[in-house]
Every structure is written in structure tokens, then in C-alpha cells.
Design a protein around this ligand. Structure first.
Ligand SMILES: CC(C)(COP(=O)(O)OP(=O)(O)OC[C@H]1O[C@@H](n2cnc3c(N)ncnc32)[C@H](O)[C@@H]1OP(=O)(O)O)[C@@H](O)C(=O)NCCC(=O)NCCS
Length: 156
């Protein structure tokens, strides 16, 4: 059920590090059908990608992973703990990504999303992302493969 705007909690935000990975992985495994492994998160940190967390009452409730390539920011993962979803944490994290990208003078934020992920697509569209491409059979899925939508939010 959606939380009414007046009841929406406020969120804190912080950069995450390798010691936060157990909490990140617990959320990843609860929220994704095909979760990233710990090794993937470790590699992201090693490569210098941004791993940022949203907190409520000091507890990690979601995170974003961003790879900056020149002036393009690629949102590689955005995830909110299932029992907290639809409370505004995803939008909070996405707005932080967009604000950080703008502050770094990036030209755009790019992402890929499962064509059937209506929750994520609703969030991205409401944050100004638009389709720029389509990748056929891009993701594994329980019955075969699923297409990806490639979406972009221009920042200029
Ligand atoms: C996608 C995800 C990050 C959204 O996070 P969230 O905290 O639930 O989203 P918010 O509460 O901030 O919702 C923001 C907007 O997204 C859309 N939205 C979110 N959940 C939705 C749902 N279940 N159905 C339809 N729209 C939804 C709505 O437009 C919503 O705005 P509204 O509440 O004012 O109507 C979250 O559902 C998630 O972690 N899913 C599993 C992982 C995943 O699929 N990540 C995206 C990979 S590309």
C-alpha cells in the first residue's frame, strides 16, 4: 500500500564502503530475483564506482550504484528493502544520484531496466527519464529472457 505524503518518513544518505556490504547484500538478495554477488559489489568499489545508501533511523534501507564514464553517469543498481518499498526511499536515492551528477557537471544519467519492471519504470519516468533504446532478451528471466529498456535523463 502506498504511504500518504504526510506520513512519508525522512531519509539520511551516506556513501557506503566494503564494511557495509553484508547489509547491502541482505537487501539485494531480498529485493532482486537475480541478485548481484558480493564479488560484484566488491569489484564496483574497487573500480571506484559510487555506492550510496539511504538510511532510516540509522538503518540501511536502500542503495544506488553509479559508474561515471566521462560526463555520463550510469545507474547500475537501485534497490530498496522490500518492506520499505513505496515509502519514497527509491525516489530519494534517485534524486541524490541526479543531484550528484549535476554537481559533477555530468550531461546525463543512463540506465537499463527490465521492460516488465513497472515499479522502477514508473519511478524513472516520473523523475524525467525517457527511452533511448531497447535491448532484446537482455536479462535472464524465469521463463526465458526479458528485454531491457535503456533510459536517459538529460541534465542540461
Ligand atoms: C524500483 C524501486 C527502487 C523503487 O523504490 P521505492 O522506494 O519502492 O520507490 P518510491 O516509494 O520512491 O516510489 C517512487 C515512484 O516509483 C513508482 N513506483 C514505485 N513502486 C511502484 C509500484 N509497485 N507500482 C507502480 N509504481 C511504483 C511510483 O511512480 C512512485 O511514486 P508515487 O509513490 O508517488 O506513486 C524498488 O521497487 C526496488 O528496489 N525494486 C527491486 C529492485 C529493482 O527492481 N531495482 C530497479 C532496477 S533497474
Amino acid at each position: 500500500m502506498s504511504v500518504a505524503p504526510a506520513e512519508r518518513p525522512s531519509w539520511d544518505w551516506a556513501a557506503l564502503a566494503v564494511e557495509d556490504l553484508p547489509e547491502v547484500l541482505a537487501i539485494e538478495e531480498a529485493a532482486h530475483l537475480y541478485p548481484w554477488s558480493e564479488a560484484v559489489f566488491e569489484e564496483c568499489l574497487r573500480a571506484g564506482y559510487r555506492l550510496d545508501g539511504a538510511f532510516r533511523h540509522g538503518e540501511l534501507v536502500g542503495y544506488s550504484v553509479v559508474m561515471a564514464v566521462l560526463d555520463e553517469w550510469h545507474l547500475l543498481n537501485l534497490c530498496v528493502e522490500p518492506t520499505i518499498q513505496r515509502s519514497g526511499a527509491g525516489r530519494f536515492l534517485l534524486e541524490r544520484v541526479i543531484a550528484s551528477a549535476r554537481a559533477a557537471e555530468a550531461s546525463c544519467v543512463l540506465l537499463e531496466v527490465r521492460a516488465g519492471n513497472h515499479a522502477a519504470i514508473g519511478l524513472y519516468e516520473s523523475a524525467g527519464f525517457a527511452d533511448i533504446g531497447h535491448r532484446k532478451a537482455y536479462y535472464p528471466a524465469p521463463s526465458g529472457r526479458e528485454d531491457a529498456r535503456v533510459m536517459r535523463r538529460l541534465l542540461s
